[in-house]
Design a protein around this ligand. Structure first.
Ligand code: SF4
Length: 567
């Protein structure tokens, strides 16, 4: 494979951008596009790190003949993933050392910021990795790969080069789109992360103390034309699910006077054009979701924010989440860490989204709900902070508002952020409060909220069966922060089914296939159905198969229960 290139996707997870399956982030697509822009007939082979683990021999055989291997990695906001396990530093070192011939290039957040293992831990610096790679790209990986192929020399590549606009990216994105065909989740539950801009408008006031986004420098927007062309290319290869996840605040897309104000005035016209163009480029898309929204933007510009919420709800698909980085409801912490919104402002943002987003959509979920992110271990945090955060969430619950998910995480401290000097001091000091708080929120806020968002009897459409855990099947819809569904039986994997919600955990629901086949379903599934006793199930098992639901009426009298069944 003389002109062959291999991409190893070690997965990425950043404040703005997710690349753990079923998500495919921008890096592999842009890198593939950078190669094909130079060498249209080059062979580019894509592996996820899970595929490498599963078939190491196959991978080594192919990779050893490649001209170059590009490793992409970096989890800077670690979470638990159902769809894959990000690459570890040890694996990166092993793979780079075991392959001698090809040029080895490392890029993505790991090369820029280090790698995060869990909240609280300081990200390990990548310096010790330097020796194992021929090039560690601390700028934009796709630009480095592009220059390397053009110049045919590593020496001529500036590993710190960063894009100043989206000119080349728009080309790479279209040319690299066909890499999706090689993704293991392709034609199953693959969802594509789309980029609309880079940087945070609040960088001009220094940004939040813990955040790496302001380090990207001034905000650069990507044109609607560029995004739509990429969507069209992806759609032509069969991609049907998209998320506008690669930006710090979707409400600030093309905002007026960005660079002048901390909260520039949102631009509803541009947002509408963006959504409309995506819909035109992918008319039969299945999922179109968003991710981050800045509560400060919504609270400072409520009129524009309402317009934008309306636009999102008009063009997106239901089950969508606007993740609000509230971070803290303690005014002292907000001030000391230069956070973006006061508790009142965050509450206002939650209300604005609820006004138009809470309506239930065709897939069983409300259209657009806020998600709330809290960060712990910040400067000035005390016991009082936990009390104030609790009161904030309690108010939301008591006002009858809906929140789709509450994310409580301890800060991961990155070099070059203001938190770097503080390290894990505050986390260690307040460890016991965090543990108790988490428990309290799960029980007193999450559970009642979850019951409100997905009440018993809700039918969730097109839930994808992904994995087994014990004797349960785990399934999720495709989209932003999908709800985990436990189905108490081992069902075939890789299928889309409808599910009836029958119970709630703190962060997941229990569901049974809808409608439930009374002749074929297991005893366990039938017993879970509300309104059917164990005795009735025993009789059903003896008497089945039933020819029609009418035949069942002697055993099951409740009309509601009959509606959940089929023969
Ligand atoms: S508002 Fe704060 S947390 Fe959000 S992207 Fe900007 S700096 Fe980061």
């Amino acid at each position: 494979m003389e002109e062959g290139y291999v991409i190893v996707d070690g997965y990425t997870d950043e404040p703005a951008g997710l690349g753990v399956p079923p998500y495919l982030d921008v890096y592999p697509r842009y890198v593939a596009g950078a190669i094909w822009s130079n060498l249209p007939s080059a062979q580019v082979i894509y592996f996820t790190i899970d595929e490498v683990r599963r078939s190491l021999d196959v991978f080594l055989k192919i990779a050893s003949k490649a001209k170059a291997i590009i490793f992409i990695a970096g989890v800077s906001v670690p979470g638990k993933y159902l769809g894959g396990t990000p690459i570890s530093l040890e694996e990166l070192e092993f793979l780079s050392r075991v392959l001698e011939k090809p040029v080895k290039i490392l890029g993505g957040p790991v090369a820029i910021f280090g790698i995060g293992k869990e909240g609280g831990r300081i990200a390990e610096l990548p310096s010790r990795l330097g020796d194992s790679f021929d090039l560690v790209v601390r700028g934009d990986i796709e630009l480095a790969v592009y220059r390397f192929i053009r110049e045919r020399s590593l020496e001529k590549v500036d590993p710190y080069e960063r894009r100043t606009d989206f000119g080349l990216i728009d080309m790479f994105a279209v040319k690299g789109a066909k890499i999706v065909l090689q993704h293991p989740n392709y034609s199953r539950n693959l969802i594509i992360e789309l980029e609309t801009f880079r940087g945070c408008p609040r960088a001009i006031v220094g940004g939040c103390s813990f955040c790496i986004e302001p380090l990207y420098g001034k905000v650069i927007f990507r044109s609607v034309k560029g995004i739509a062309a990429e969507v069209k290319a992806l759609y032509s290869y069969g991609v049907k699910c998209f998320r506008l996840g690669r930006q710090t605040d979707i409400y600030s897309y093309m905002a007026h006077d960005t660079g002048k104000y901390e909260f520039p005035k949102p631009n509803p016209r541009a947002v509408e054009l963006l959504f409309k163009s995506i819909r035109n480029a992918a008319p039969n898309l299945k999922v179109l979701h968003i991710d981050n929204a800045n509560p400060g933007t919504l609270a400072n510009h409520p009129t524009e924010a309402r317009k934008i919420t309306k636009i999102i709800v008009k063009y997106h698909t239901p089950g969508d989440v606007a993740a609000l980085g509230v971070e803290s409801a303690d005014p002292k912490v907000i001030k000391l860490n230069n956070l973006k919104a006061s508790p009142e402002e965050s509450l206002e943002a939650v209300r604005i989204i609820n006004e138009m987003g809470a309506r239930r959509g065709y897939n069983g979920l409300p259209h657009l709900l806020p998600g709330i992110n809290f960060v712990f271990g910040l400067i000035g945090e005390t016991k009082e902070t936990y009390i104030l955060n609790y009161e904030f969430l309690k108010r939301i619950l008591e006002e009858g508002l809906l929140v789709r998910r509450i994310n409580l995480r301890q800060v991961l401290v990155f070099p070059r952020t203001r938190m770097w000097d503080v390290g894990t001091r505050v986390i260690n000091r307040n460890k016991q409060y965090f543990k108790v708080f988490k428990e309290k929120i799960r029980k007193e806020i999450d559970l009642p909220m979850f019951r409100r968002v997905v009440p018993r009897g809700t039918i969730l459409r097109e839930v994808y069966t992904e994995a087994y855990e014990g004797k349960n099947t785990l399934a999720r819809q495709i989209g932003s922060y999908p709800i985990l569904v436990y189905i108490p039986d081992l069902l075939p994997l890789g299928k889309f089914i409808d599910v009836l919600v029958i119970d709630h955990g703190y962060r997941s629901v229990t569901g049974v296939p809808y409608p439930l086949n009374v002749n074929k379903s297991s005893r366990r599934l039938l017993e879970k159905l509300p309104g059917i006793s164990q005795r009735t199930v025993a009789k059903i098992l003896v008497r089945r198969p039933f020819k029609s639901l009418e035949d069942l009426r002697t055993l099951v009298r409740e009309e509601q229960v009959l509606k959940w069944l089929r023969v």
